[in-house]
Design a binder for this molecule. Structure first.
Ligand code: NAD
Length: 425
């Protein structure tokens, strides 16, 4: 396994290699022709652009932007845009391929893509971010499109960036194009239920997994890493199911309380805090981030970032069930260790697919010009997530593999059969 170095200087695993090793395993089990599989290994296209931006001090700074379209076999490609200094081509390629498999697992008619700009959004003013986002949209004007490639938010971006993309793209093309991007503010064609969607999918798949393992939610404890959109909402909804949330964490550190953490109070605390973190939270004892994933609990929800569960800590994890809210939190080598310990892992491409599912609903509503109630969005996304879990679980029994490889099998089988029917190579 090759290591790459991120801007912070820490060594991390290469997410593209992590993705490829699972892909290759699914290819082998499905008996897919290697030459045929090679079509799905490489992305359809990788676009790299330089975006000149006039900064507030009058200087021009050039930013590197990426968009990788991995596949359009099932429909227009779909995937978020990440603003971070750690953005690099291998990471964007891996995230784009994950989007292909994720959309196929939940059976929505999209291919996969991902984008990113190497920048530090926290050090930029709103005006600089707007000029950067508009410059990126202009550079990608032939890539994006409601029937071609549909971006969404990811780390470092949110509804405001999506509103700028919508506006810039609509100006370039001469008419409002609501469906070109999802994760928009509600007043600009966003969907009710989108903010909660990913955490809600985590809760639904966790509930299905608990049922398979004979775990009663009210007898279970849970630890959630990351307290942003996915982590905080997963924690809130798991607590609503009756699970006792004993640990939460974010960039500021971990907080542990065996008696249970008041999740709503923690959410309120972060909303009020000047740096929007848990720093100074007194609802639990402080735990170092390195120790956090090893806390005693029944369910562990990594919902922060990639490469958190590795061969260095996997054998010390105490949870019986891991539900991956983040993309790529477990390295491929750690999978084997977790399997040998009998820990069930609901993998990222299944567990966090609630977000893209409701993004799809947003796009459908934009195209219909007819907007659903929140209750309808929740009901439909819950059904999609539950069916996807059941489908993957059945594949894991049929092929006698873990849920991660089963998810890749389900996804690959679907994309490959579409590719075969379409032909043309
Ligand atoms: P976010 O920016 O809202 O939250 C990230 C959280 O992780 C923050 O609380 C941050 O403080 C914390 N964090 C960062 N580094 C940490 C560290 N070293 N240790 C502990 N906590 C740390 O992001 P998000 O939207 O919640 O996304 C989290 C993960 O979920 C990412 O991997 C993202 O790709 C994935 N994801 C998000 C969505 C979505 O709809 N938002 C959908 C699918 C997957």
């Amino acid at each position: 396994m090759a290591l790459i170095t991120h801007s912070g200087g820490s060594q991390v695993y290469n997410p593209l290699e992590s993705m490829m090793s699972r892909f290759n395993e699914a290819v082998r089990i499905l008996g897919l022709d290697e030459q045929f599989a090679s079509v799905l290994k490489a992305p359809d296209k990788c676009v790299i652009v330089n975006i000149p931006v006039t900064m507030d001090d009058g200087n021009i700074q050039v930013f590197e932007g990426y968009r990788v379209v991995h596949s359009v076999h099932l429909g227009p490609s779909k995937g978020g845009i990440r603003y971070s200094m750690d953005v690099n081509l291998d990471e964007v390629k891996a995230l784009a391929a994950w989007m292909t498999w994720k959309c196929a697992v939940v059976n929505i008619p999209y291919g996969g893509a991902k984008g990113g700009i190497k920048c530090d959004p926290r050090s930029m003013s709103k005006g600089e971010l707007e000029r950067l986002t508009r410059g990126y949209t202009l550079a990608m004007k032939h890539v994006f499109g409601p029937d071609r490639d549909i971006p969404a938010p990811d780390m470092g971006t949110g509804p405001q960036e999506m509103a700028w993309i919508l506006d810039e793209y609509s100006k370039i093309h001469g008419s409002n194009s609501w469906g070109v991007v999802t994760g928009k503010p509600l007043v600009l064609g966003g969907s009710l239920g989108r903010v909660e969607a990913t955490g809600r999918g985590v809760m639904i798949t966790a509930r299905s997994a608990m049922a398979k393992l004979g775990m009663k939610p009210t007898d279970c404890t849970c630890v959630v890493q990351g307290f942003g959109n996915v982590g905080s909402i997963s924690a809130k909804l798991l607590a609503q199911l009756g699970v006792k949330v004993v640990g939460i964490s974010d960039i500021s550190g971990g907080y542990y309380n065996p008696e249970g953490i008041d999740v709503l109070a923690a959410i309120e605390y972060v909303q009020q805090s000047p740096n929007r973190t848990l720093e100074g939270f007194t609802g639990g004892e402080v735990v170092h981030n390195g120790e956090f994933l090893l806390l005693p609990c029944d369910i562990l929800v990594p919902a922060a970032m990639e490469d958190q569960i590795t061969p260095l800590n996997a054998d010390k994890i105490k949870a019986k069930l891991i539900v991956e809210g983040a993309n790529g939190p477990t390295t491929a080598e750690a999978d084997a260790i977790l399997n040998s310990k009998g820990i069930m892992v609901v993998p990222d491409i299944l567990a966090n697919a609630g977000g893209v599912t409701v993004s799809y609903f947003e796009w459908v509503q934009n195209r219909l010009g007819y907007y659903w109630t929140e209750e309808r969005v929740h009901r439909r996304s819950d059904r999609v997530m539950k069916q996807a879990f059941d489908h993957v679980y059945a594949a894991s029994e049929k092929y006698k593999v873990d849920l991660r490889i089963a998810s890749y099998i389900v996804a690959l089988d679907k994309v490959a059969s579409t590719l075969k029917l379409r032909g043309s190579f």
